[in-house]
Structures are given as C-alpha cells and as structure tokens.
Design a protein around this ligand. Structure first.
Ligand code: GLC
Length: 440
C-alpha cells in the first residue's frame, strides 16, 4: 500500500531530522567496547549444541504478543530458551529500573524492549551493546524498515537498537453509542458530556493524566493540535507560546470535567485499557494495541463495538504523539550471540508479523503492510483513519537530556491539571527550566 508507506515516511521524517540535529556533533559516543570485543568473535555456546537460557525483559503485555513471539522464537532456535521478565507497564519506571541494573553492570537480563526515546541516552551511558557488527555479519537490510524508527536507534552513526513497532495515538469510540466521533476538542467535550451514560457507560472520555511519560505524549499532541511545540527544528525552546497555553488549558478543562473518572490523575495506559474493555467509556485516547484488547473475546465487553478515529483537532488540526519500541541488548550480557538471535527475530519480519497479528502493533517493516495475514488480523492498518493518524504523528522533544526535559514537563503540566497553577505559569516555568537544563 504505497500511500501508507509514503505517509509513514513523512510522519517519521521530522523525527529523523530533529534527532540527527540533536545528536550530531556531540562528541562522546557510547563506547568502544565493540572494537575490543568483536575483533575476535563472541563465543556462542548454543551453536555447539548446548542449551543457553537468556532473559528477555519487556513492560506488561496485555495482548499475549510476547508469549507468542517467545514460543515462535524457541521453535526456530531449539538451543536457546527465553525467560520472560515482566517489567512495569509505566515506561518511566522501566527506564529507571534498567538504569539501576545497568549502572551496576548487572547481567541479570540479556535483551530488553527500549522505548524509542531511550537509545541515545543508553548508548552514551554505555548500557547498550552496539549492534552493527551483528547486522553486518548477518546481512540485515535496515532499508526494509521505515527510516525514522531505525534512526531513533542510531546514535553517533552506530546502531544500538532495532525497531519493533511504531506507535501513534488515536481516539477510540464506541460504535454502539455513536457513529460520528468528534473531530475537534470542543466537540469531544460536548459529546463526551452528552453521551456519558449511554451504552451502559459511566464516563465520556478516558486519557492518561498521571504524572509520567504518557502525560508528556498527551501534552505534546494536544499543544501540537493548537500549533504549539516544546523545542523547534532549530533546537530552540519555544514552549512559552499562546498556542501551548491554549492546548494546555484545553487539556486541563478535559481532566477537570465531570465526564472523566474522578481518579483520572492516576490513569496510565493500563487503567485506560481496563476501563475501556469493561465498557465504561464512550471515547478514549490510546495507542493501536488497545484495538487488540478491545476485540479479545475473553477479556472485553466491547468486542466488535470499537472503532478508531484521528484524535480531535485544535486550531491547527489533529496531531498524535509519535512513539514506539525497539529491542536492545544489555552491554553486560553473558550471551551476546544468543541475545542477538532474539533481537534479530523480534525486529525481523517474523517477530514483527506476530507482533502485528497478536498485538496489533504497527510494523516498521514496510512489506508487512501488504501481507494478507497481517491485513486480515489487523484491518486497522488498512484503515484510512489510521494512516491519517500516523501521518500526523509528532515526535517528543529530541535531546540527549530527554529524561530531564520530560520530568520538567511532567511536573509543570501536572500542576495545571490539579489546579495548582495556571497554564501561563506552567508555560513560563517550562521555558526557563528546559532552557537551563539544555545550557548545562
Ligand atoms: C507508548 C509509546 C512510547 C511512550 C509511552 C508513554 O508505549 O510507544 O513511546 O513513551 O507509550 O506512556
């Protein structure tokens, strides 16, 4: 489907440009471990017929995708056994646990899923094993993937992560309650208020308003829909703008409304998903994977009653946050060869295909959009609304000090949502604090 490809490429192009701008010229690369260790070849016990067990860590998976992938991988690689280590579903908590492990050079996990915002930081901190020599040795063609997600795993010209899937956010709606989802934030506010209660629902709308990384994605997309951004193409902090203030005020209006759950400030993706599949809400904001849970006969009360639409528009149109995950290898693994085999599978055609079919995760390998099995299992990817959403996806600020920037945004935005400060104050504070952090 060439249109999908074109739009996807367009959607991630900005990420690429911004990422290269942020990383370019930054001298201190990750490490030279690769040269030292890879002059000789890594020992591969599994190739000598020995059973090797590796540990694969990922955030909570509610779709069954990870188990299906492990099963398939073990069948293909009878000498490698994979132990699944479940991490928290909150990406920030996962991040901090990995930082604790890797900064003490722990080898307790081998392969892990890394959020697309981590590779630069993990490369620089020497937590990740550089992948180029494996990629070259196995003749992996990175051009089969969309370029943006590949670049997200590249730092200083080296590849530290391979993409697993691309994420963009959508408006989920209940087709048994309405056939016409809102197209602007004001319409959403109106409809969520009016329709709340219909179809046995309790709430009009669900989003992620807890103070964590997901809040940053909700913030970035709503301000973008009004024309606001945090850092511009020239790497200048531009968050203190009337557009940001307008978007943030709209977010606060929604969060403080009567049509969201009273504990919305504790909502992350998993709370959203649980309430959604219980049939509690008319509309919800989430990533593509929730379509898989919505249609899960065993867990969901809303099977066949769910569709997606682009997120509502502000003055500048609809925007959704760009996300996605990659596979990385712990720099301190005792099984680099076997770990690479797993990464190669997960990021390769088979692993991504299973991820798409079981987990509704959007592949980064273009050819999979033409695969009949993927098309059948995930009709979502053929949906023009989906394509539109991906094409409008906006990246989060791209910077080697991203975690600090994210913390500033999380704190300032939260204080607006709780009513402790105005959107103007938050915009001013973010501007000064992010500028200071970037100067240091
Ligand atoms: C999704 C996205 C990821 C983002 C996270 C925020 O998992 O893929 O990039 O950081 O949500 O909660």
């Amino acid at each position: 489907m060439p249109q999908v490809k074109k739009l996807l490429l367009f959607g991630v192009l900005f990420l690429l440009v911004a990422f290269m701008a942020a990383c370019g010229g930054d001298g201190g690369s990750g490490t030279d471990d690769s040269e030292a260790e890879s002059n000789g070849e890594y020992e591969s016990a599994s190739e000598d017929g020995e059973q090797v067990t590796i540990v694969y860590a990922t955030g909570v998976d509610t779709t069954g995708k990870v188990e299906a992938q492990i099963e398939e991988f073990e069948e293909l690689n009878p000498n490698i056994k994979v132990d699944y280590r479940e991490m928290p579903s909150d990406t920030g908590q996962q991040h901090d646990q990995y930082v604790t492990m890797f900064s003490s050079q722990s080898s307790e996990i081998d392969v892990f899923n890394g959020d697309s915002i981590w590779p630069a930081e993990f490369a620089q901190a020497n937590y990740a094993l550089e992948l180029d020599r494996f990629i070259e040795a196995d003749g992996i063609d990175l051009e089969e993937h969309f370029d943006g997600p590949i670049q997200a795993g590249n730092f200083n010209g080296r590849q530290w992560a391979l993409p697993l899937f691309i994420d963009a956010s959508f408006l989920y709606y209940r087709t048994d309650v309405t056939e016409e989802p809102p197209t602007t934030w004001d319409e959403l506010i109106e409809q969520a208020g009016e329709l709340q209660g219909e179809g046995d629902t309790e709430f009009g709308y669900l989003l992620q308003a807890s103070q964590y990384e997901g809040l940053v994605t909700n913030f970035v997309e709503i301000i973008a829909s009004y024309g606001g951004e945090v850092i511009n193409e020239d790497n200048e902090v531009v968050v203190n703008s009337p557009e940001t203030i307008k978007g943030l005020e709209k977010l606060a209006e929604i969060v403080q409304s009567d049509f969201v759950p009273g504990n919305i400030l504790n909502f992350q993706e998993i709370e959203t998903e649980n309430a959604w599949i219980a049939g509690d809400a008319v509309f919800a904001r989430n990533w593509p994977y929730m379509q898989s849970s919505s249609n899960d006969e065993e867990r969901s009360e809303v099977v066949d009653n769910v569709q997606i639409a682009p997120l509502p528009a502000g003055d500048e149109g609809s925007a959704s946050a760009l996300g996605g995950w990659t596979a990385m290898i712990n720099r301190y693994t005792e099984h680099p060869e076997e770990s690479w085999e797993l990464v190669k599978y997960l990021a390769g055609e088979q692993g991504q295909k299973t991820g798409a079919i079981v987990g509704n995760h959007a592949p980064t390998i273009e050819a999979l959009y033409d695969d009949p099995e993927v098309q059948e299992a995930a009709p979502l990817f053929q949906n023009p609304e989906f394509v539109e959403g991906l094409s409008a996806a906006v990246p989060r600020p791209v910077s080697p000090i991203y975690p600090e920037i994210s913390d500033i945004i999380q704190i300032q935005v939260s204080q607006v949502l709780t009513g402790d400060q105005t959107a103007e104050q938050a915009a001013e504070n973010m501007q000064t604090q992010i500028e200071n952090a970037m100067e240091e």
